[in-house]
Ligand binder design. Structure first.
Ligand code: ATP
Length: 137
């Protein structure tokens, strides 16, 4: 098995969707091995999304990701990174497959409910950014 990192983004918390999204994650066979509610600082969000810092939507992305609390989690499953990206669906909910988390819960390409790591390497970096060793089981 391996692990991926997810964040339920501020819109998911604002809408009361934490429970429903975690239920979907469990139902798809992922085991939650770390979990917390926290809030990203502007510096955290700029670092987390540094790869996008030259993109026109960067300011909007940082504003969105810092506007309220997020729920961070580490998930374990065989083929976790790839399978979780299938479960969340395309970045743009209009293009996301039926039944995916973004199809059901995202409102737009920019306000899109959840994050999922895009590689094993980034999953480890992102998990260690949010959780100490004692907080991951
Ligand atoms: P994430 O990294 O959050 O899992 P992703 O890998 O599907 O999302 P990325 O291309 O890494 O998508 O973009 C990161 C985030 O930036 C997106 O989830 C979305 O919130 C925002 N974003 C991406 N592209 C756009 C865009 N064209 N316009 C507005 N916001 C965007």
């Amino acid at each position: 098995t391996n692990r991926t990192f997810t964040m339920l983004k501020p819109d998911s918390i604002e809408k009361g969707n934490i429970g429903a999204i975690l239920e979907k994650i469990n139902a798809a066979g992922f085991k939650i091995v770390a979990l917390k509610m926290t809030q990203l600082s502007v510096a955290d969000a700029k670092e987390f999304y540094a790869v996008h810092n030259q993109r026109p939507f960067f300011g909007e992305l940082v504003q969105y990701m810092t506007r309220g609390p997020i729920v961070a989690a580490v998930l374990e499953k065989e083929n976790a990174v790839e399978d979780f990206r299938v479960l969340i669906g395309a970045t743009n909910p209009a293009e996301a497959a039926e039944g995916t988390i973004r199809k059901i819960y995202a409102e737009s390409m920019s306000i899109n409910a959840v994050h999922g790591s895009d590689s094993n390497e980034n999953a480890a970096i992102e998990s260690n950014f949010h959780f100490s060793g004692r907080e991951m089981f």
